[in-house]
Structure formats: C-alpha cells, structure tokens
Design a protein around this ligand. Structure first.
Ligand code: DC
Length: 236
C-alpha cells in the first residue's frame, strides 16, 4: 500500500485525537498521540518529586533522567484502543487526570524534553503510515508530511467537550476550572520559545466547533484520499 504521513495539530481538547484515531483505524495506519508522551514525562516528574509543591521543575534532575523515561504504546486487546506505557506500566488513565493537565505545559516547554520526544516521534513515523497528533507535528516533527491538518474550535466548546468526557468517565469536574486550564494551556502552547503551536503554512484548517463527529471524520477521510492521490497519482 502507498503510505503517507499525516500530521494533525491544534489546540487542546479540540477533538484531534478522536478524529486521528478514527482515521488511523479506518485506513490501517498507526496512531501516535504525541501529547500522551508529554503527559507521561509529566507524570514521571510528579511521581518522582521532580515537580515541587510550588510547581517548580528540577530541570537538572529531569535532564539527567530523561534517557531512562521509557514511553511506549500498546493496543489494549479488549477495546482495541492504544494505551500509553511509562517504563512498562500502563498509565493511560493517570496521564489524563487534572493534576497532569495542570503541569504538562511547562514540562513540554523545556527544549531538552522536546528534543528527546521529537526524536522518538520521528522514529515512530520513519516508515510512514502514521497518523500523529499534537502541536508541532506539521511544523517540526514531520515538516514533509503529505497531509497536515490544523484543528481549531472555540475555547468554551473545547472546555465543554472535556467536561462531558470526564463526567462520562465518572470523574468529578468543574467547568470553570477546565475552561481556565484550556485557556492557560493555549497561552503557554502558543507563546513558548521552542516549537510554539502554530499552523504550518501548508496545513489545511478545520474549525470543528459546529461539526458532528461523522462530518469531521468524512472531512478528514476526503483530505486523506486527496493527499494520497496527489502524492502517488491515485488512492489505493
Ligand atoms: O494533546 P494534549 O492535551 O494531551 O497535550 C498535552 C500537552 O502536551 C499540551 O498542553 C501541549 C503539549 N504538547 C506539545 O507541546 N507538543 C505536542 N506535540 C503535543 C502536546
């Protein structure tokens, strides 16, 4: 099969991972959630006292331990969903919790963290056939990706989606706190020095504020087929 690389970037909680996962399943590609990798590093820091009670990060220690922070993905045989593993332990649930969300932006702003994870992401996608979502996939990780999508939705819509998602899992949630977290992460992600969140010049924009899941899945599949046709002459 003629494979391409698909980069899906955008703001937090705008449904990137849902659409990326769905497309990967549909076309038989590997899905990689790059945000989960930054979350796993953050969880490691929280568990090991690298992030202090005041939120400060012991960057000297983290730099020294970075090589030993092993992050892998495995498909859960019961659900068919990808799970994130930190040093061999399934941390998929824990990395989605609020405590990790609150600390992940400053961790992901550290240049040495980004360098290490970008290298690993490039290894994951070396053979193409990958759908990766994140903030800098089309700009930094795979600047030559054949399909780049930049997803956006207004902040309240995104906060509402995250709130509903947490409540559906039975997790206590406060809408205003989630909205503040969404806005704060937008700010940090867009203004950090290394690989800030921005649309790649050649990315297609998808504002899904008013779209159903079915509509966005169809939109993405159409763009995938066009990108394959443009790259190889026809979709197969
Ligand atoms: O997509 P997410 O919300 O799970 O991502 C968690 C955090 O990781 C987000 O605040 C920004 C950061 N991130 C990043 O800096 N670069 C990426 N490629 C993916 C995520």
């Amino acid at each position: 099969m003629k494979k391409i690389t698909i980069a899906i970037d955008g703001f937090s909680s705008c449904g990137k991972s849902t659409m990326a996962k769905q497309l990967a399943r549909r076309i038989g590609y590997t899905y990689i959630d790059s945000g989960a990798m930054y979350r796993a590093v953050t969880l490691y820091c929280l568990r090991n006292g690298i992030i202090g009670a005041d939120g400060s990060i012991d960057t000297v220690r983290l730099r020294g331990e970075m090589d030993g922070i092993d992050i892998t993905f495995r498909t859960d045989s019961a659900t068919g969903r990808p799970h994130t593993f930190l040093c061999g332990e399934d941390v998929e649930g824990e990395i989605r919790q609020m405590q990790v969300s609150e600390h992940v932006s400053p961790v992901s702003a550290l240049p040495f963290v980004r360098e290490a994870l970008v290298r690993q992401q490039q290894r994951f996608g070396a053979d193409k056939g990958v759908v990766m979502d994140g903030r800098d996939i089309g700009t930094t990780v795979f600047p030559d990706a054949e399909l780049k999508v930049f997803v956006t939705a207004d902040a309240r819509t995104r906060a509402r989606r995250r709130y509903d998602e947490l409540r559906a899992k039975g997790v206590e949630a406060d809408f205003d706190e989630i909205l503040r977290n969404v806005e704060e992460r937008d700010r940090i992600d867009q203004t950090r020095e290394v690989s800030p969140l921005r649309r790649a010049d050649d990315a297609v924009v998808l504002d899904n504020s008013q779209m159903s899941l079915e509509e966005q899945d169809k939109w993405l599949l159409d763009h995938y087929e066009k990108a394959v046709a443009k790259t190889y002459g026809r979709a197969d």
